[in-house]
Write a protein that binds this ligand. Sequence first.
Ligand SMILES: Cc1cc2nc3c(=O)[nH]c(=O)nc-3n(C[C@H](O)[C@H](O)[C@H](O)COP(=O)(O)OP(=O)(O)OC[C@H]3O[C@@H](n4cnc5c(N)ncnc54)[C@H](O)[C@@H]3O)c2cc1C
Length: 408
Amino acid sequence: MASAITIAVALEGQLRLDDQPAFAAAVGLARQRGARLIVLACRPEGQRLRGPHQRRLEAEALSALQGRLTAASIPLLHFPQLSTAAALAAHGELLRPEVVLHCRESWLFDDWPIAPDSFPRVFADFRRGLQQAPLPPRPPADLAGLGAGLEGWPQAWLQAQPQPQSPCLAPDSDSVDPRSAFPFRGDEASALARLQHYLFDTDGLRHYKASRNGLVGTEFSSKLSPFLGIGSLSVRRIWAEVLRYQALHGADEGSEWLKQELLWREFFLWSEQRHGAAFHDPGGIQGRPPSWVADRERFRRWTRADSGHPLIDAQLRELLATGYLSNRGRQWVASHFIHELQLPWIWGARWFEWLLIDAQPALNTGNWAYLAGVGSDPRSFGGTPRRFNLEGQLQRYDPLQTHRQRWS
Ligand SMILES: Cc1cc2nc3c(=O)[nH]c(=O)nc-3n(C[C@H](O)[C@H](O)[C@H](O)COP(=O)(O)OP(=O)(O)OC[C@H]3O[C@@H](n4cnc5c(N)ncnc54)[C@H](O)[C@@H]3O)c2cc1C
């Protein structure tokens, strides 16, 4: 191996080159010091194993990233089971990096976005209390002329890495159910193409507020969450593109609503950080566990899309087959699970986390706890959680039973 020093960049659940400040810093340092770069794709500390749908997306993102890095002669090593610390402990002797930089998830804000020690329990107060504007994304670093070649690294490792595939927006007929509302690949180019498509190539964003409660098809909402979940898209890039859209077309209802949803995401992420483990406890941030019936057989049937309610079963079949469910569908399923089946909400949340193609624990738990009446729903503080009337919802959102027929 060449004698130049080695800088390792650890991508911790962040499978892209765009908006990666730590990656850009590593590239700058490598140029300055004539160092060689190696990229490690590791599991973020404490992250549970991803489920099957999210793993497919992750593999696609990794494979495309591998292609781009290989073209720049920069090796990428994938340690799907290991955190960065564990990977370095196991393989540090061979890697011998002098510097290790960590690419962690970038949120809209780097620092605590509201006055210290006053983290609000409800979203409206969070939004009102924000003291800073979201940060702009950082452009991807220029990799040209950087790579020191792939020779010298353990060949067994390099050969075991995912093979590059060309990114595309078309369904991959081998592994994606053709009925899926998310038929896209997971790589960065597909993520950026979807962003461009929804914001600029179609009227998607303009109509977002009216269409976002849809149930069928690719266009009723942005479908950006799966890319955010595996880090092939940066939330700061989305925000910046929405601002660019608003500069061109004005701040219409659709674009303002999308910004609000991205702030909901931020609210749950910061809320989880604020409350720590209690955020995921049965009693949630209210510390008041609801009563439930821990009926394993009822739960087992539910996991097989046999809940006893045809509307819910159609949603569950879609979840099982594709990993994606509309926001409306998720709300119905969770509400039915908690209030009609009276099962422990943490069981439902864990099942969702395993199956969702966009699984993100803070967002998943935040939404489940909200519906279980132990989270941030202001109505639930008085003791009355939100409960959906499924027949009324069906009349309103699927009067022709299009979704039910599709997933019958
Ligand atoms: C029970 C339940 C579980 C959920 N679990 C997850 C999860 O694990 N991962 C996840 O990304 N979202 C989760 N959501 C939130 C939401 O349903 C999805 O983000 C959304 O449906 C994804 O599709 P989209 O990107 O087209 O959304 P859009 O409607 O286009 O929204 C744009 C973005 O805003 C954010 N967003 C939208 N709605 C919410 C919300 N209710 N809470 C927080 N952020 C939101 C997401 O980042 C989303 O990508 C859950 C919602 C419920 C009710």
